[in-house]
Design a protein around this ligand. Structure first.
Ligand code: ATP
Ligand code: MG
Length: 204
């Protein structure tokens, strides 16, 4: 080994020791055991996919999972097909065709949102569920389809051990404050802007 390589090795080793020290210290200082609320927001691709990654993790441990999607149901997504056909143990509910994203039928949209929220609220009150995913919930708040305070209260008052993932752009500062973990997926670029069509199994 040359002197230079030996020096590099030593410096790398020192860096790793320091890193391990820091990680061990933060593991040591984490002493709370409770469910967490995770908000996945931002304008890049990856929020819903990340939430379903956690669904898979939870299922690996045999945890009980509920997924409620606040999106219109005309386009079947791969995750919906999979959960519906392969995971009967997962509670899955999608807002469905009543929703139009069209303010011309605002009262129809609100009715669909309320109906879906009732399913979410039930899961958030049931301590059997280890993980609840509320996919695209943020839009219900930004469109004012659901009462913000009612939603925040239900999220806050969920069972102590229950973890929760909320996805969607925006969501407001109160939701971000309530969450324990907030990650923003930032768009650097997206194939769609290059004219590439949304792809089965990747985008939906
Ligand atoms: P995904 O479901 O792929 O994880 P997401 O949940 O982060 O995406 P949404 O806003 O829910 O993002 O949009 C879902 C769909 O829109 C996906 O088909 C995704 O590829 C596409 N999409 C997400 N972000 C962008 C973007 N910045 N530009 C264009 N299309 C996007
Ligand atoms: Mg999404």
């Amino acid at each position: 080994m040359t002197d230079m390589t030996a020096q590099k090795e030593k410096s790398h080793q020192k860096k790793m020791e320091k890193l391990k020290e820091n990680i061990d210290a933060s593991i040591e200082s984490a002493s709370l055991e409770r469910g967490v609320c995770i908000l996945l927001t931002g304008n890049g691709k990856g929020k819903t996919s990340s939430a379903f990654g956690m669904v898979m993790r939870a299922l690996g441990y045999g945890h009980k999972v509920a997924v409620v999607q606040f999106i219109k149901g005309e386009q079947l997504s791969g995750e919906e097909l999979y959960l519906r056909d392969q995971c009967p143990q997962v509670k899955f509910y999608q807002m469905g065709t009543g929703f139009t994203w069209d303010t011309q039928d605002r009262s129809g949209d609100i009715a669909a949102a309320e109906k879906t929220w009732a399913v979410a609220e039930e899961a958030l009150a049931d301590k059997q569920y280890d993980l609840v995913v509320l996919d695209e919930l943020t839009y219900m708040l930004s469109f004012k389809y659901l009462d913000k305070q009612r939603v925040l209260n239900a999220l806050q008052n969920r069972p102590f051990e229950q973890s929760l993932v909320v996805t969607g752009r925006g969501g407001g500062s109160e939701l971000a404050e309530l969450a324990d973990t907030v990650s923003e997926v930032k768009e650097i670029k997206h194939a769609y802007n290059e004219g590439v069509m949304a792809r089965k199994g990747v985008d939906f």
